[in-house]
Write a protein that binds this ligand. Structure first.
Ligand code: M6R
Length: 594
């Protein structure tokens, strides 16, 4: 979704803004723009990629500026609707991430007062309001503007007559990077890493007044002291490192991500959450809340918690919970979110908190909004994930969930021990799959010719069938659906034909025979079948058209090896179809609107 950047320093700001915007491209956008302060404010905007903006922009001089990547919500992705937006006099420029829900009323009020609007955006009311309140001091004008705005925002504002930038936030992320003789702000950490690893995470309701040497934060008109966090991500983490796409790099990082997750794992550690977290209080149980890929990690966790701990778990889409009138009666909740900024998740968290639910967030981003809303936070060890398609963050979530569960007393100690040793071997298993990349790529070439695919799984791999289908649909644009294998005959069978390949995840557990029956049923409808099977499975291959072997793990940890295989399948299918893998159309990495 939209990304904002801002720079105040002693270097020419234009190249800095453009580089910073490129580091935010992963968030998803369809137009971009910059404003540079010199004697006046010079603005340039364009549709499409930052590269296009870079090529079309005149060279502006100036050491203060703001920039924006826009993911269209109010109005099409045109030059006029692109940010920065200005007031009537052109003395103020604003970039904004979020949605101003009362913009229509504000716009009518401002038009009545003589303000002229150029764009269809909600954002344009902000510079006009600041203009209305501006009497020579930008900080005061922004302070007076903010209470008028309903909805979510992270904004950066510059004014013609001031050598500083003012930023503010409510509901959308904003980080201030503290450099030497320069300060830089952005929606996320990657653009800052080139300048500093010392950052201030702005909280809702706070305003930052930034010069090249100072950062002042105020709240409700009073200056406050904020702690400085040190970020442990490196510049290399946000480069492609020789890979064609971030997605492929991130898939290949997974053996290390798993290694990092288990390096300090000691089964006798004190659990992050005690026994009371899992218990049922007054009829209220455990809820897992997430969206998209993170929701699929929740489905795996539900299965593992119910099987291993015998505790019932409800898994819900945050995008549903946030709009329900009834608050789900959960005593405790686990919230899974890579970015920690997914609007649906944050709204649901606030709702649950208001109902006294205690929340454990599992997120990949330190200082993210989810981490600040949660009662406790567990950080995944994935490092920055820049491809829109979630890969390593999903595996990192599974690792944290397994560790969390295995620190608790479980129903079957033998199984617990087996899983612990499986997880210790998992980096090697993951590597084995990557070593089989060319065969998986061949299977992907075959699938890439079709328009419709089914993915089927059972038990703990039901969520993985959904994840496999989501991954391939989002980056290759092939229509793919995931199903619990037994559900095919309850409807989806009607769609099976010889040109609907089925990807079947075959697990060596209580579901094995049922899955083979499902495969036979599918084959009788003439659909080609590609099966993911364990190395020691010699039955399934007799029934199907293609096989991809995965290492012999316990079925409970098999989601990891199956997912990595399906990620590669999706990646290569998208590559054969010539899709823009890291930036799929219409999608954003961090979905900061409901
Ligand atoms: O940052 P989150 O984990 O909260 O994001 C949730 C979804 O938007 C995300 O997983 C999305 O489905 C991915 N693009 C899938 O690859």
């Amino acid at each position: 979704m939209c990304g904002i950047v801002g720079y105040v320093g002693n270097k020419p700001t234009q190249p800095i803004l453009l580089r910073a915007l490129k580091k935010l491209e992963y968030r998803g956008y369809d137009s971009a723009g910059i404003a540079v302060l010199d004697r006046g404010i010079s603005i340039h905007k364009d549709t499409g990629r930052v590269e296009i903006l870079e090529r079309s922009a005149p060279m502006f001089s100036g050491v203060i500026g703001i920039g924006h990547t826009r993911w269209a919500t109010h109005g099409e992705p045109t030059k006029v609707n692109a940010h920065p937006h200005v007031d009537c006099t052109g003395k103020l420029a604003v970039v904004h991430n979020g949605v101003i829900t009362n913009y229509q009323q504000l716009k009518e009020e401002l038009i009545r007062e003589g303000h002229k609007f150029l764009s269809e955006t909600d954002t344009e009311v902000i510079p006009h309001l600041i203009e209305k309140y501006y009497a020579g001091d930008l900080e005061t004008a922004v302070t007076e503007t903010l209470p008028r705005l309903k909805g979510s925002y992270a904004i950066a504002v510059i004014a013609k007559t001031e050598n500083r930038m003012v930023v503010a936030k409510n509901g959308s992320p904003l980080v201030i990077g503290l450099g030497t003789n320069e300060n830089i702000v952005a929606s996320d950490i990657p653009p800052l890493l080139e300048y500093t690893n010392r950052v201030i995470y702005l909280d809702d309701g706070e305003i930052g007044i930034i010069t090249k040497d100072t950062v002042k934060i105020s709240k409700s008109g009073r200056e406050i002291t904020k702690s400085i966090s040190v970020v442990d991500w490196k510049i290399d983490d946000v480069e492609k490192g020789g890979y064609d796409h971030f997605m492929l790099k991130e898939i290949h990082e997974q053996p290390n991500v798993i290694r990092k997750a288990i390096i300090n794992y000691d089964p006798s550690l004190t659990p992050m959450v005690g026994g009371d977290f899992w218990g049922n209080k007054g009829g209220k149980g455990l809820l897992i809340l997430a969206c998209g890929t993170s929701y699929h990690a929740g489905l795996v966790a539900k299965y593992a918690i119910e099987e291993l701990m015998d505790i019932p778990v409800l898994v819900e889409f945050a995008s549903e919970v946030n709009h329900r009138e009834r608050v789900i009666p959960a005593a405790n909740a686990i919230v899974l979110t890579q970015s920690g900024e997914t609007a649906d998740v944050l709204v649901s968290m606030k709702k649950l908190k208001a109902a006294n639910c205690s929340i454990l967030a599992i997120t990949n981003v330190r200082g993210s909004s989810a981490s600040r809303l949660a009662n406790k936070t567990l950080y995944t060890q994935a490092g920055p994930e820049l491809s829109v398609a979630a890969t390593k963050s999903f595996i990192a979530q599974l690792m944290e969930l397994y560790k969390l569960i295995l620190l608790q007393p479980v129903v079957n100690e033998g199984l617990r021990q087996q899983l612990i040793s499986d997880l210790r071997l998992m980096p090697n298993y993951a590597q084995q799959i990557l070593d089989n990349e060319s065969h998986i790529s061949d299977c992907a070439m075959y699938l890439s010719q079709y328009s419709n695919l089914f993915y089927i799984g059972r038990g703990i791999n039901y969520g993985i069938a959904l994840e496999g289908a989501l991954k391939i649909k989002e980056i290759s644009y092939i229509h793919a659906e995931g199903f619990a294998a037994g559900e095919l005959k309850h409807g989806p069978f009607a769609l099976l034909q010889k040109d609907t390949p089925v990807v079947a995840i075959v697990n060596q557990d209580s579901t094995y025979d049922a899955m083979l029956t499902n495969i036979k049923e599918v084959k009788s409808r003439k659909s080609p079948v590609i099966a993911l099977i364990r190395e020691d499975d010699h039955e399934t291959e007799k029934l199907v058209d293609m096989i991809i072997r995965v290492p012999n793990t316990h079925s409970m940890s098999s989601p990891i090896v199956n997912t990595i295989t399906l990620q590669l399948l999706a990646y290569y299918a998208a590559k054969y179809r010539g899709c823009p893998i890291d930036f799929p159309r219409n999608l954003a990495k961090s979905v900061t609107v409901e």
